[in-house]
Design a binder for this molecule. Sequence first.
Ligand code: URA
Length: 435
Amino acid sequence: MRMIDLIEKKKRGMALTKAEIDYFIDGYTAGQIPDYQAAALLMAICFTGMRHEETAWMTDAMVRSGDQVDLSSIPGVKVDKHSTGGIGDKTTLILAPLVAACGVPVAKMSGRGLGYTGGTVDKLESIPGFRTDLDRDAFLDTVKRIGVCVVGQSGHLALADKKLYALRDVTGTVDSIPLIAASIMSKKIAAGADGIVLDVKCGSGAFMKTPEDAARLAREMVAIGQACGRKMAAVITNMDLPLGYSIGNGLEVAEAIDLLKGAGPADLREVCLVLAAQMLSLAGKGTLQACRDMAAAALDSGAALEKFVQMCRAQGGDPAVVEHPQTLYAGAVSDTLQAPADGWICRMDAQACGKASMLLGAGRETKESAIDPAAGIVLACKTGDRVQKGQVLARLYTNQPDQMADAKQVLLDAYTLSDQKPQLPPLVYDTILGE
Ligand code: URA
């Protein structure tokens, strides 16, 4: 087989065979196929796409390229969730203990963030002492003991994706639905859960800008998961504005704790309940409505909060943050952003909110950048709110005060004011279930 023939075929929009896809993924992972040929094939895929079976074969080859986690020693149906990424998305911090509190084990591997905001691992590590680098045995033991554990993704999972993603990042080949689907699903399948709920974000702060593209990605991923024998559901949720009010690592943990105490923002609670209901339903806990009621009861009774405390203790984190969440961002310098005029907030550029928070120190510009756990933004007003000139729109936190002015400007530009009361977009666009 020759790589040049695969590139020529794909350039003409022809389907690759399973053997050809295996040749590409195995050869590239082993360092036998050079970056320039891999990049040419990826670009051809961006232009001419892949059929569903090609995407499923690519995912399977990527799963086999690295370690696979065996969760079979944990009794029960294990469920995982994945978000395609958004600003202020702290749902894993809530869902992992919440679903575990309802009796469904959650053995979760999460990533660090690269780009505007930290990932779940960065957020958890803003809790003093919290360890996400447990070895495989400690990870499995913790889930068996308390029903939940969230660790960093092993560097050996889906090795092909690691190499390919780095190449896609620098060759303009990230935004291809089949490539995104294979990349995400290879890691999820290798992580070993029986059921996977996908939160596919859609809007200005997401990879997928329209509900149609988000639905295409969701359908592709659900089909791949099912072909690999996993129970699947995908929910398409809005990311035209940040989820909740807090953006930044310690600040998002503080907001998640608030929600676990039965308070917190309504949009965040709703998305968490929708996702929790799907996770519990995949685990066979009853109808969707019964599962939602069960999750709401676990939030309101304090059972989910208690599970979060257990998770903190088990992973070395200081559970005192639950009583004193403000310690997560204490010491940072803060300043407010005021509304420049009267009006309705008719639009927010979620990506720009993320960029402002990165300028404050909450995200990484390069893989090596250090994250400031206390940095970020707490919004006071969001799309749909009426504001008066001078009213506080947001409070910004940083340990790099020289960045404050730039961050305030970027955040101000993220708001669009209007005389007209805006129509709010739906929080949940669609749900796509496996057959
Ligand atoms: N996240 C991933 O893991 N892979 C992609 O290709 C895009 C987003």
